[in-house]
Unconditional design. Sequence first.
Length: 759
Amino acid sequence: MLRDIRANFAQFFSILLLSLIAMWCYTGFQANVIGGNRARNNYESSANFADGWIYGADFSTEQAEKIAAISGIKDVQRRTEVLGKADEKYNTAEMYCYFQKNTKVTVPRTVEGADFDADDADGLWLFSRFAETWDIHVGDSFTVHVMGLDIEKKVKGLIVTPEYEFACASTDTDTDFHNIGFAYLSQKALPEEMQISNEIIFTCEGKALRYEDDISKALDGSYAYLADRNSIRGWYQLSDELAQHDSFSYIFSFVFVSIALLVIITTMKRMITQQRTQIGTLNALGMKKRQIMLHYLSFSFVLSVIGSALGIVLGVLTFGRMMVNMFSQFYTLPDWQPGFNYKSIVVAAVLVMICTGTSYLSCKKILKIHPSEALRPAAAKTAKPCIFEKLPFWEKLSFNTRYNLRDISRSKMRAFMGVFGTCMGMMIMELGLGAYDTVDYVRDWYFRDIQNYEYQVILNDSCTPEQAKELKAETDGELIAMEAISIAAKNHPTSDDIISCKLAVTEGEQRYCVSDPELHTTPIPEGTVALTMKQAKKLGLSAGDKVYWKTTTGSEWNESKIGLISRHPNITGITMLRDDYEAAGMTFRPVMLVSNNNCESLADKDCVSAVHSMTDLIAAFDKMMEIMNLLVYFMVVFAVLLIVIVLYNSGNLSFNEREKEFATLRVLGFKSSAIRRLLSTQNLWLSVLGVICGLPLGRVPLQAMMDSNGDAVDWPCCIAPSTYLIAAVFVMTVSVLVSFLFSRRIRKIDMVEVLKGME
């Protein structure tokens, strides 16, 4: 076995390498997923993380006791959740404030300082990631602007909570801890008349939504809606991310295992054919066919076992660690470490079984031959005309072309391996480079089309309608209101039919725009609303249907006609005109002013929290998207490995199978360069065919990768024509370089020895 491996080192090393990469990809992605889920379970268990959230106007102690009395519901807690803002020096970041009288459910974990004390009216407990970003320490003073109040407290501790494993401001497309935070305070920090509880959170047995009927009876229907964890973006976003990585672990592994199987089939078939006489001799000397079969199965078995074992170790220690470190920058999950479980061993065992089984299929045919027949060399195959010889212009083709067409026709599996491998390499190249194009495309769509303005003015809670109107007149801008809502496809829906999302209210001046499904900015028809595409699909709605919506503090469901199905990269829900919003009995409270005129002078006004230029917003977006660089490098390296392995093996097999032919051609006067051209031409043809087959395949996995981020993200994939060209040129360049690896071998062909072997 060792002698044969040495004689066919390139092919057998490829099997080991492909097995290693397959398991490296699988365990790397899985280490991130397994470690993440393990850390989440421990984190959420220690925090007694809520299973259900009941939203309403004001819940009493008696109502909370009625909820606690429901069979199956465990711990119940009232609290006040309000969205506020930080000071201007902290970029007027969105600050979710939680005022509580006790801490039974979703207990915040202390990172630094004292634990949260619901009786301490002088303290404030701040999100640790926000504090780290702004260099805020325990003992510093911090002010939150909420419900028209400026609450200044001493920071007693830095905390994290499972509700904010993912945190993203409404104006951002991804996590930026400069702009998002949360704080826990005692309810005693509020004036007595404002100490209302607009939320009840609880833990329960099984799913929270199964208790909806019992909760409705207990509260006599006096609540806004019931939500479970799948409605909390701070929780489900990480769930979607881990599910995406789980899918990637199988997809990438499948690609490399498929190539490994093709290499095994071609390598073992060739080696067994070469050793036909040796097999017959061993059989004639009394060695059982079972022993001979085990010998040949051991090649794939040993190499795939070694490759899989190395892949598991490297996957956890390198790729898995890298993934955890990278995504820990965006998600807040304590004790997130690369994980490992029995599934990797099972997958490795399946991979080894598949590789060994493929060897068996390649070997069993030769072992059916009788020993006396196997002792003689195999009869030469009858030279049949290949399918290409039926072409009317066959005789006009060059010798090089006819020679390679005949060889491809006679070695279909080897040719298929070259085409399939190049096709997969092309697909991965498009996937990596297409991620860059998608980021650029979404950047232009979001910051040039949807946000058709140059300055964004964030208004504070104390801004009066009169002040907002004056700012609008001064800047010739457009006022925008935004709030959290619930939407459904029918009136009085059950919790399963409710989606939590955002409501954006515009004045229809086309500065804050809405895109249709083709990404063209389109005015919202009067008297209707625009509903984002993913939510429309989830609810089974289309243009012309009715959609029902309710604010977090409202008790009535509002009915609106859908005039437009829209798309937005990171804000889901409905967009409507101010006139229609006010006609529904709502009070328009703008949170933002947008304008094309310079608004930097407004930053000093009392009613303004912050002023952002479009240049600043784009720069922040680009910084967040730097993670794409790692994705592109990762994909390019994979593509190079795949193409080099496939084309080198295809060329190596072709060389070994045709070595006698090449020696004959050398005797007939062909130069080494001419023979290398024969070999290179076939590699080039297979590469071109693989590139053509791979051209349409890049968009599908790229869009699947974007869609796997969940319903809160809607990024249309884009691959520019230049990207296809770059990927194709790259693949073809690798193909040409691989062909040069055989130049030296062709020059060193020992014509005498080869021709003696023919005799």
